[in-house]
Write a new protein. Structure first.
Length: 305
């Protein structure tokens, strides 16, 4: 796997209040493009690839690190989510970025907010059913961060494909002047998608966790080698993917296998390669929840347009 080229360390200007962020804008950023990469920290090469892309395509890159409490449901991992701020800053100091926004929860959320962004249709997709607060929390925090940072471009990983599709729709629906771009999923050498949560895996679980990627790839290979471009049954594709996952005894739960439209994540009855589709899944290996997805047919052009 290609390792990211890092440059010499720099001192990074750290910003922690909204006022400071807005003043920064007024002072430095007239008529320049700003690439924004929102993260929850515990940075890995997947995050760094988004920063590299922003540096290539915009004049100034700003990263945020904020573990957003409103996107976690009760019983999820908010308290134990990995927080590695020292190491994150060390990694960021090797890039020529303009600033890193690290607000406190109090800075971001007033005690009794009246308004938030509610993408109600997304509570019905599989990932939304499994994580009831997730999409509302994500849309709200990203909308707030866009208003604070005021970027011209924002970069998100294909790794969280439904989040990307939602945010691209959000800027469209709400006329937010930000170009939302997707970047490819960075993977470990065995195919496991990089994720801050992979540290939860025991060594034994880590050894088998790439079964998720392999099962999705089996489905994509089947579609792309099929003699017909149309009417591939999603029931069959789901059962094919499931059969690969079931070969691994450490897969303790298959939460869903979704084959959905690249426009709105609505489930499809059949796949037409010219229209494209997204296969995504959530499983548990032991007690660790993993998600991943791959693009089928023309979905690549729709996601990366
Ligand atoms: P997170 O810190 O997990 O909220 O992720 C911040 C951003 O990094 C999101 O846009 C993610 O989709 C993206 N991201 C996370 N993992 C990867 C990966 N393996 N490859 C590319 N982007 C990623």
């Amino acid at each position: 796997m290609k390792r990211i080229q890092l440059i010499k360390r720099r001192t990074i200007h750290t910003i922690s209040t909204i006022n400071e962020m807005r003043n920064y804008h007024k002072k430095y950023l007239n008529n320049q493009t700003i690439g924004f990469i929102p993260t929850m920290g515990a940075l890995h090469e997947g995050h760094l690839s988004l920063i590299e892309r922003g540096l290539k395509e915009t004049d100034n890159v700003i990263v945020s690190i904020f573990v957003n409490p409103t996107q976690f449901s009760i019983g999820e991992d908010l308290d134990k989510y990995p927080r590695t701020i020292e190491n994150d800053l060390k990694l960021l100091s090797k890039f020529n970025i303009k600033g890193v926004f690290i607000p406190s929860t109090k800075e971001i959320y007033s005690p009794n907010p009246l308004c938030h962004v509610e993408p109600s249709e997304f509570s019905k997709i599989y990932e939304g059913e499994k994580r009831p607060n997730f999409f509302s929390g994500v849309a709200t925090i990203v909308c707030k961060l866009f208003n604070i940072v005021q970027p011209t471009h924002a970069y998100f990983g294909q790794k969280d494909i439904s989040q990307f599709i939602l945010l691209r729709r959000m800027v469209d629906d709400l006329n937010i002047p930000v170009l939302v771009k997707a970047s490819p999923t960075l993977r470990e050498s065995d195919g496991l998608a990089m994720s801050s949560r992979n540290v939860y895996l025991t060594p034994t679980e880590r050894n088998v966790a790439s079964i998720l990627y392999k099962s999705l790839q089996t489905c994509v290979d089947y579609c792309e080698n099929s003699t017909s471009n149309t009417n591939l049954s999603t029931n069959y594709l789901r059962s094919l993917t499931k059969s690969v996952l079931e070969t691994e005894p450490l897969v303790s739960e298959i939460q869903y296998i979704s084959i959905a439209s690249p426009y709105d994540m609505k489930e499809l009855d059949s796949v037409n390669l010219n229209d494209g589709a997204i296969i995504s899944a959530a499983i548990k290996v032991g007690s660790v929840r993993l998600i991943d997805n791959l693009l089928i047919g023309n979905a690549k052009n729709i996601i990366y347009n």
